[in-house]
Write a protein that binds this ligand. Structure first.
Ligand SMILES: [Zn+2]
Length: 494
């Protein structure tokens, strides 16, 4: 009797537990399709008590976006556990992030890894952009680059991700991508980048200095060692170059990407960049997927070992953020600090692997312009786009405007142009005029207080001189018009 029961049990388990990854079933000739992904994660879900799969939203074309939530208890409920979010394939033509994330999920439900969840609640979103993936295109079906949409959050895929983030306020996030080393300008220079994996840290200097230095001093060397032990070449993520044509720097200071949009809330956030295939698709996919998996696993192990320390760091820095009245840095750029960067490369002629030292390296981010932070901003109720922005970020605001207080109103005199990170920004010359709040029709405004964790997002989005500001996006262009008053006011308590 018990024998029959045992056989039935085996049958039951084998029916649910997936034997292979979809990529293996495809014999590494095709990446995992959305249909395969959706069947696979549902099977994983059925086979493990650790895992709960949640649909967090749908793409433009209606495909499900899944979060795989790993927890020994109720996800996100135990405050002592570190909450971690990994998400991959915002760019549809970067297939290895998704494959690596599925491999990670597959491994994590196995017994030898279950100890990780004594200290961690982990969510994996293996595929943010299913529509792009199906046709191996970078952008989503609205032709939007999702990794530039994290300030507007007006695409369904990015909305789903942010809403999911706000539900749990993850303390660590990782955004998984691929970079392409095969451009002609580097070949002409004589070398091509060869790192299997690059890890990018936060670079916007409005983010807690303690978090920035923790990433650099502790996380980066750990990931570097872990990957090199497994024979994956690694360097800190650098963009730009070749150095004879362009400076090398770390990745953008903008807050509209998947790394920094969470980082600006004082989250320990990273971007991972695996090496793309030569065909920008399936070439070398097994090793690419395994490299992404190893890097993700290394970060997870780091978080497990240091979970209390990270928890303490993020909790403290988020609390401090709410009352951080220091000036907000609205313009910044990358500068040299005298150091050189050791870049692992392959010689384009003889194909020998080597490392070159780069002088034209700008690792230091410094401020160009800062402005004092007000106590709040006033947003006209009629300015529906600005209200939409507040709602998309789940920013707190209300219409209980105080009777006392002073407003600062920007008059836009003229607009110059500045260029940072190779992009041109309108740089308005402003004059500030002051008014008492009693002089305006208070019914017509919402007040957005800054004593909230999103205070820096609010200031960076609303300040007219901000290189990160809403007014830099086509949709919001009319906010900034020469000869008029900027419609969003700064408010100071009397
Ligand atoms: Zn990418």
């Amino acid at each position: 009797m018990s024998k029959i029961f045992f056989i039935l049990l085996i049958l039951l388990i084998s029916k649910h537990y997936p034997q292979n990854l979809p990529l293996e079933e495809n014999k590494y000739q095709y990446p995992t399709s959305h249909k395969q992904l959706s069947e696979f994660v549902k099977k994983l879900d059925e086979s493990s008590d650790l895992l709960n799969v949640e649909e967090i939203g749908r793409s433009v074309e209606g495909r499900e976006i899944f979060a795989l939530k790993f927890s020994k208890n109720q996800f996100g409920k135990d405050e002592s556990k570190l909450r971690i979010l990994f998400f991959a394939q915002q760019h549809g033509n970067e297939q290895s992030g998704k494959e690596g994330a599925l491999l990670l999920a597959y491994k994590l439900i196995q017994k030898e890894n279950s100890h990780l969840f004594d200290k961690i609640d982990l969510a994996i979103v293996p595929q943010v952009n299913p529509d792009g993936s199906e046709v191996n295109k970078r952008r989503n079906a609205n032709n939007v680059d999702l990794n530039r949409n994290h300030l507007l959050i007006d695409q369904p895929e990015v909305k789903a991700l942010h809403n999911f983030f706000y539900k749990y306020y993850f303390e660590v996030t990782l955004d998984v991508h691929e970079y392409s080393p095969y451009s002609q300008d580097w070949r002409d220079y004589g070398y091509i980048k060869r790192a299997d994996e690059q890890l990018g840290l936060l670079s916007n200097i409005n983010i807690s200095e303690k978090i920035l230095s923790y990433s650099k001093q502790k996380v980066l060397p750990f990931i570097s060692n872990a990957l090199q032990e497994k024979n994956y070449s690694f360097n800190e993520y650098v963009v730009g170059g070749p150095p004879n044509l362009e400076r090398l720097r770390h990745s953008t200071v903008d807050i509209n990407d998947g790394r920094q949009s969470f980082g600006i809330l004082n989250t320990l956030s990273f971007i991972l960049e695996g090496k793309n295939g030569k065909d920008n698709f399936i070439d070398n996919i097994k090793r690419r997927a395994e490299g992404q998996y190893e890097a993700m696993l290394a970060l997870l192990r780091f978080c497990y070992i240091n979970s209390e320390e990270i928890k303490e760091l993020i909790t403290t820095e988020r609390k401090n953020l709410i009352y951080d009245y220091s000036p907000i840095i609205v313009q910044m750029d990358h500068f040299k600090d005298g150091s050189k960067f050791n870049l692992p490369v392959t010689n384009a002629q003889n194909e020998i692997d080597t490392t070159i030292q780069i002088d034209n390296y700008n690792p230091q981010v410094k401020k160009i312009l800062e402005v004092p932070q007000p106590d709040a901003y006033l947003v006209p109720k009629a300015c529906s786009l600005s209200v939409e922005f507040l709602n998309n970020h789940k920013i707190e605001y209300n219409d209980n405007l105080p009777e006392l207080g002073t407003l600062q109103i920007y008059q836009i005199e003229s607009i110059d142009t500045i260029e940072i990170e190779g992009e041109k920004f309108g740089n308005p010359n402003v004059i500030i005029t002051e008014k008492k709040i009693s002089e305006i029709d208070r019914e017509k405004y919402y007040i957005v207080p800054l004593n909230q964790v999103k205070r820096k997002v609010i200031s960076l989005a609303f300040e007219p001189q901000s290189m990160f500001g809403l007014r830099n996006y086509d949709k919001y262009k009319k906010l900034l018009q020469v000869g008029t008053a900027y419609p969003i006011f700064r408010f100071f308590k009397d």
